[in-house]
Design a protein around this ligand. Structure first.
Ligand code: NDP
Length: 296
């Protein structure tokens, strides 16, 4: 029987735990606050930001919302980041990507105070992760570690294949899998668009993480019997019945389910965990900044 790993349920349990942590921090007069910065008229970005604010509200985290015109000068965004860095009432900063073309996103990331960098994209936080002593773990791969733990999947000694080498998913996933730490110690292969014979690699894997942004790239024929399959992809495609669009992952769920011992659905798998881990990092940031202990 294939286990469908329920990301909504795991995220919901985590949110309950985080609500308790937020209460502890609030009792010490240190209620966490996350500032989101939106510089885009993209409706998807607007939706992501408003979902993040709703998530904060649900667990009692304060939300600060800064919106800039998409055609404002880059300097305006840098000033906003500087102000939030210097604001003691703000514990966590997230600049929603993508930013407009005239803004250098790298410069934005490097400007955010690493202690408030809850995406964990600042080079200091990336460096700490690679060096093996992460301060914050990037939300999507950290959420995947939590999902695997919730499904009782021990990564130690397993062969893991990560499909995709992006800065936000593939690379940090590889780094977490190879850490000598719980959720790590996997023998890890990273694949990308230049990989010769992807199927030969995924067929060797006990754990496959698909994060390529290619609809249904990984199907059942590419999996070993009993593999654990984590589908990160979120792709909007035309619905099969021709009626509008639908969301699919990077895994062909139906054929993969026949081979997998456990698999995440899309939607309802990795997505809710990514959102919950942002709250986790915000709570952790507040705890670190205020020296108030919480059980994370
Ligand atoms: P990127 O486009 O930044 O990276 C995609 C990676 O996949 C690249 O490394 C690319 O290789 C590789 N790739 C592309 N095509 C193939 C192929 N045919 N075979 C093997 N590798 C391939 O994407 P992201 O990492 O940002 O996102 C990946 C997917 O995950 C997207 O669908 C995105 O929407 C989704 N996502 C979902 C999240 C969630 O919470 N569920 C969070 C973040 C992303 P190369 O480097 O050679 O170009």
């Amino acid at each position: 029987m294939t286990e469908i790993i329920d990301g909504n349920a795991v995220a919901s349990t985590l949110r309950e735990e985080l609500t308790g942590c937020v209460e502890t921090l609030a009792a010490a007069d240190e209620r966490p606050t996350l500032a989101t910065v939106l510089m885009s008229e993209d409706p998807a970005s607007e939706t992501y930001v408003s979902m993040k604010q709703d998530d904060c509200e649900e667990v009692g985290i304060g939300a600060r919302d800064v919106t800039l015109d998409a055609d404002a000068p880059a300097e305006d965004l840098f000033e906003v980041v500087d102000d939030l860095n210097n604001d003691d009432d703000v514990n966590a900063i997230l600049v929603q990507s993508p930013v407009p073309d005239h803004v250098d996103y790298r410069e934005v990331l490097e400007r955010i105070d690493p202690m408030k960098d809850v995406d964990a994209f600042h080079p200091e936080n990336v460096g700490r992760l690679v060096a093996g002593y992460p301060r914050y773990k990037p939300c999507t791969p950290h959420g995947i570690q939590r999902l695997l733990a919730a499904a009782d999947v021990d990564t130690e000694g397993k062969d893991a294949v990560v499909v995709g080498r992006s800065r936000i998913v593939g690379k940090p996933m590889v780094n977490l899998f190879i850490q000598d730490a719980p959720g790590g110690n996997a023998t890890t292969t990273v694949c990308h668009s230049r990989t010769d014979d992807l199927a030969a690699k995924t067929r060797e894997a006990d754990i496959v993480v698909a994060a390529a942004g290619v609809p249904e790239l990984v199907d059942g024929s590419m999996l070993e019997e009993g593999a654990v399959v984590i589908d990160v992809g979120i792709n909007r495609v035309e619905a099969e019945d021709g009626d509008g669009t639908t969301l699919v992952g990077d895994v062909d769920f139906e054929s993969a389910k026949e081979k997998a011992s456990a698999i995440t659905p899309v939607p309802g798998g990795v997505g809710p965990m990514t959102r919950a881990m942002l709250l986790y990092n915000t709570v952790k940031a507040t705890s670190l900044q205020t020296d108030t202990a919480v059980e994370l």
